[in-house]
Design a protein around this ligand. Structure first.
Ligand SMILES: CC(C)(COP(=O)(O)OP(=O)(O)OC[C@H]1O[C@@H](n2cnc3c(N)ncnc32)[C@H](O)[C@@H]1OP(=O)(O)O)[C@@H](O)C(=O)NCCC(=O)NCCS
Length: 143
């Protein structure tokens, strides 16, 4: 799957379908970036991308562009793609991940085991939408 295959879902779900919205990230094709997605038939209906980016508390990878197709939200696809992503990241030694979460999605992230960084509430410079920094530990270091 090429990152550009995710752009339509990113645009539709995260940028209200705006044709002029920038939905490509400069590091989409970078070594170390990991994209996860799920299809129903031919259509990509859920995606999550992890970028190498230092965050708070020594987190090393940032989740961006978490999105589920509106018609199938609430069916567990978001959780499933995060489980696969987090398991994969843990298997290559990633210990802690972070994200700027939309406040409207905090319940989803909490349900998926992420924690809020107290005092990190802010407006996104890109979208002006309220966000909060979240973190998740991916498990103990391998022995
Ligand atoms: C947030 C989003 C990715 C969740 O994906 P989803 O596929 O609908 O989520 P799931 O069905 O896997 O839900 C997993 C759990 O989170 C809960 N949940 C999902 N969205 C929630 C929300 N907005 N608020 C509170 N809880 C939520 C579900 O009830 C479920 O809990 P349960 O398993 O205990 O019943 C999806 O709603 C979405 O794309 N929203 C618009 C874009 C967005 O805000 N993306 C995040 C940007 S930071």
């Amino acid at each position: 799957m090429a990152p550009r295959e995710l752009y339509e879902l990113r645009r539709r779900v995260l940028r209200a379908g705006r044709a002029d919205a920038v939905v490509a990230h400069p590091a989409d094709d970078a070594i170390g970036t990991l994209h996860f997605a799920g299809r129903l038939g031919a259509q990509i209906v859920v995606s999550a991308s992890f970028f190498v980016a230092p965050g708070p508390r020594e987190a090393t990878h940032q989740l961006r562009y978490m999105a589920t197709e509106p018609a199938v939200q609430g069916r567990g696809f978001g959780r499933r793609v995060l489980v696969v992503a987090e398991t994969t990241l843990a298997s290559v030694g990633v210990r802690r991940v972070w994200a700027n979460a939309r406040d409207s999605a905090l319940g989803f992230y909490r349900a998926c085991g992420w924690s809020v960084l107290e005092g990190s509430e802010h407006l996104s410079a890109e979208t002006q939408i309220p966000h909060t920094v979240i973190l998740k530990d991916l498990g103990p270091a391998p022995s």
